[in-house]
Design a protein around this ligand. Structure first.
Ligand code: ADE
Length: 234
């Protein structure tokens, strides 16, 4: 064991993203709050709590706060995303270096895109030790197929070449999804370390809806492999 985390929180947004946790965590209990069920158990001998947040930033924020209130001392996210970095392919892995809300837009008042007015931080840094664990896990399972990068979150499914290009060129994103920055913000507000692991289900372009339907299960499996490996090395 290399970390002191006593209780590890794991969130996925959709059924597919937590299905393998249901299969492999040795369950010891569960509780439900705000309509979200938190499953408690042991995974590779470590105490974990996992849950399905539901899609979008509000679901992710509520879920993360309740998970933290339940006593976890770090939060991992496992799931799928649309690739924004053009070098990424379906199945590849993004480990969050940071998270930003791409749909936070107060530009008419002179704030930069993604910037939340009147607060110091709008882009939250993931925990360095969790990032290191995730990258090491990723290199063991998918050598040369992972990047550490900025996860962009918004309440939008990105499915357009122009939009995805702007997320890359204007915001420097590695991937686009719908929960990570909400989780990151709540973790930062509570001083809880986090990392977001995302496997690419699509390329956030005109084919994204078709690819998402075809590759979500496969990408979820890839993301789960990273979580599984990380917990064995935590
Ligand atoms: N999750 C998976 N693919 C996505 C996309 N293209 N946009 C937003 N969230 C996603």
């Amino acid at each position: 064991m290399t970390s002191n985390f006593k209780k590890i929180g794991i969130i996925g947004a959709m059924v597919e993203e937590i299905e393998l946790l249901h299969q492999h965590v040795e369950k010891t209990g569960s509780f439900t709050k705000a309509g979200i069920t938190y499953v408690e158990g042991k995974f590779h001998g470590r105490e974990v709590v996992f849950c399905k947040s539901g899609v979008g930033k509000v679901n992710a924020a509520v879920c993360t706060q309740l998970l933290i209130d339940g006593g976890v001392d770090c939060v991992l996210f496992t799931g799928v995303a649309g690739a924004v970095d053009p070098d990424l392919n379906i199945g590849d892995i993004v480990v969050s270096s940071s998270c930003l809300q791409h749909d936070m837009d107060v530009t008419p008042l002179g704030f930069a895109r993604g910037h939340i007015p009147f607060q110091d931080v709008s882009e939250w840094q993931a925990d360095a030790s969790l990032v290191e664990l995730a990258i090491a896990a990723s290199e063991r399972h998918f050598p040369g197929r992972s990047v550490q990068g900025k996860v962009l979150s918004g309440d939008q499914f990105i499915a357009s070449r122009d939009t995805v290009r702007s997320l890359y060129e204007d915001l420097g994103g590695a991937c686009a999804e719908m929960e990570g920055a909400a989780l990151a913000q709540v973790c930062a507000m509570n001083e809880i370390p986090f990392v977001v692991i995302r496997a690419m289900s699509d390329k956030a372009d005109g084919s994204a809806h078709v690819n998402f339907a075809e590759f979500t299960v496969e990408a979820s499996v890839n993301s789960h492999k990273i979580i599984d490996d990380m917990i064995q090395h935590m």
